[in-house]
Ligand binder design. Structure first.
Ligand SMILES: *Cc1c(COP(=O)(O)O)cnc(C)c1O
Length: 432
C-alpha cells in the first residue's frame, strides 16, 4: 500500500488529467450536487471508507449490487476459490449453468437466459432480440426510465405521439432513434393512443417497473396491466428491465410483485444486472424458450461476449443469490429499509420540511415534495436545491446517499439498527 497521504481533492485532480471528468461513469463526478467526489479506498459491511480514512454509511451499495453489504464472507470465499481456478476461459463452465438455473428457479417468466457483462449490454441485446423475434423495428420506452447507454435508448420524447424521439447524447444519429417512441410513465391514455396509431409495427415496450433512475417511482398496477394487454393484443413483446429491481425489491423481483396484483402476469423478456453479479460485472436477459431460441447459434439474432459468463463473476453472483434466497432474508431487509425511510420522514417532519418517500425490499427513494411523483416531470418539479444541500449535510455527517436526486437508494442486509438510527439522527440535524 502507498504511504504518501492522499486527499480526495488530490486524487480528483490527478484523475481529471487522465480520465475525462475524473470518473468512469458520469454521476460519480458529483456534478449534480457539486463538491469533490470521495475516492473510495475500501468497504466493509454497510460502510465505505474514502482515501482520507473517513467512514460513511453506504446507501448506494455500488448502485444496487451490494445487497449483502461489502465483504460478505461466503461471497469472498466463493470469489477467492473461483479466482484460483482461473479468471476466464472463453469456454463454457458448469458455474454458468448453475447461475442460470438459480435465476430461472426464482423467475418463472423465463425458460432460458443468456449471461452478459453489463446492464447496458443486456438491455441492448433484449431490444435486438425483441426486434428479431417480431420482425418489427419500433420500440416504446418511457420518460425517466434508464436502460443503459445503447444508442436506440438514449432518447427523449418528440413533440407528439406521431413523432419519434430525439437523441439525448451527441454521437447518436437521429436516424438511429427514429424507431424509438418515448411516452410518459404511468400515462395509460398515451400508450393506448400509441398502439392505436402504430400497433402493427411495435416490436416491444420496455419499462423499469419501479423506476429507480428517477429516484423511486412505481408503475401503477393499471398501467402495467394495460401495457400487458396491448402488447399481447398487438403482438409486441413486453420487456421488464429489472437491472435495478431484480432480486432487490423482492426475491421474485418486481415482476413477482406485479403478478400478485395482476393474476398470471408475466413480462415477455426480462433484463437483470446489478444484484445478480453481487458487485462483479454480470448481467442477463431471458425469456420463454421460443423467444430465446432466436439467438445465435440457434437463431438469426446475433449476440456474443468474450467475458460473458465470466467464472469469477458467476461465482460472486451465485454466492450472493444463495444468501438472499435464505428464508426471511427479504422480510428482514424490507423491515430495515422501512425503518430507514420512516426515520428520514420523521426527522423531516420534526424539522418542518416537506418530504415524501417510498420503498420496496431493499430499495428506497425520498423527495422534497408534498406528494409522491408519478411521472418524470413531477420528479423534476421536486426541490432539487434542498436535496443538494441535504446530500452534502449528510455526507458531512458520514452518510453517503446517491449524489443526485434522480437516483434510488439501497439498504443492505449488513445495515444495523444503529446505522439506521444514526442516519435518522443525522437527517434531523441536517434539516434543522
Ligand atoms: C443500471 C441500469 C442499467 C445499466 O446497467 P449497467 O450495468 O450500468 O450498464 C440498465 N437498466 C437499469 C434499470 C439500470 O438501473
Amino acid at each position: 500500500m502507498s504511504t504518501s497521504p492522499k486527499t480526495n481533492a488530490q486524487l480528483f485532480e490527478r484523475a481529471q488529467k487522465v480520465i475525462p471528468g475524473g470518473v468512469n461513469s458520469p454521476v460519480r463526478a458529483f456534478r449534480a450536487v457539486g463538491g469533490t467526489p470521495r475516492f473510495i479506498a475500501r468497504a466493509q459491511g454497510p460502510y465505505i471508507f474514502d482515501a482520507e480514512g473517513t467512514r460513511y454509511i453506504d446507501y448506494i451499495g455500488s448502485w444496487g449490487p451490494m445487497i449483502l453489504g461489502h465483504g460478505h464472507p461466503a461471497v469472498l470465499e466463493a470469489v477467492h476459490k473461483a479466482a484460483v481456478d482461473g479468471f476466464s476461459f472463453g469456454a463454457p463452465t458448469e458455474r454458468e449453468v448453475e447461475l442460470a438455473e438459480e435465476i430461472l428457479s426464482l423467475v418463472p417468466s423465463m425458460d432460458q437466459l443468456r449471461l452478459v457483462s453489463s446492464g447496458t449490454e443486456a438491455a441492448m441485446s433484449a431490444l435486438r432480440l425483441a426486434r428479431g423475434a417480431t420482425g418489427r423495428s419500433k420500440i416504446i420506452k418511457f420518460e425517466g426510465c434508464y436502460h443503459g447507454h445503447a444508442d436506440a435508448l438514449l432518447v427523449k420524447a418528440g413533440s407528439g405521439l406521431a413523432t419519434f424521439g430525439h437523441p439525448t447524447s451527441a454521437g447518436v444519429p437521429p436516424e438511429v432513434v427514429q424507431h424509438t417512441l418515448v411516452l410518459e410513465y404511468n400515462n395509460v391514455a398515451q400508450i393506448e393512443e400509441a398502439f392505436k396509431l402504430q400497433g402493427h409495427s411495435i416490436a416491444c415496450v420496455v419499462i423499469e417497473p419501479i423506476a429507480g433512475n428517477m429516484n423511486f417511482v412505481r408503475a401503477s398496477v393499471p398501467f402495467i396491466k394495460r401495457i400487458r394487454e396491448l402488447c399481447t393484443q398487438h403482438g409486441a413483446l413486453f420487456i421488464f428491465d429489472e437491472v435495478m429491481t431484480g432480486f432487490r425489491v423482492a426475491l421474485g423481483s418486481a415482476q413477482g410483485l406485479y403478478a400478485k396484483a395482476i393474476p398470471g402476469f408475466e413480462p415477455d423478456i426480462s433484463v437483470f444486472g446489478k444484484v445478480i453479479g453481487g458487485g462483479m460485472p454480470l448481467a442477463a436477459f431471458g425469456a420463454k424458450r421460443a423467444v430465446m431460441q432466436q439467438l445465435a447459434p440457434l437463431g438469426p439474432v446475433y449476440q456474443a461476449g468474450t467475458l460473458s459468463g465470466n467464472p469469477v463473476a458467476t461465482a460472486c453472483g451465485l454466492a450472493t443469490l444463495r444468501e438472499l434466497r435464505k428464508p426471511g432474508f427479504f422480510d428482514a431487509l424490507s423491515t430495515s429499509t422501512r425503518t430507514l425511510l420512516d426515520g428520514l420522514l420523521a426527522s423531516a417532519k420534526t424539522a418542518g420540511v416537506p418530504m415524501v418517500g417510498d420503498c420496496e425490499g431493499g430499495m428506497f427513494g425520498f423527495f422534497f415534495a408534498d406528494m409522491l411523483p408519478t411521472t418524470y416531470s413531477e420528479v423534476m418539479a421536486t426541490d432539487k436545491e434542498r436535496f443538494n444541500r441535504f446530500f452534502h449535510a449528510m455526507l458531512d455527517r458520514g452518510v453517503y446517499f446517491a449524489p443526485a436526486m434522480y437516483e434510488a437508494g439501497f439498504v443492505s442486509a449488513a445495515h444495523t439498527g444503529a446505522d439506521l438510527r444514526a442516519t435518522a439522527d443525522a437527517a434531523l440535524q441536517a434539516l434543522s
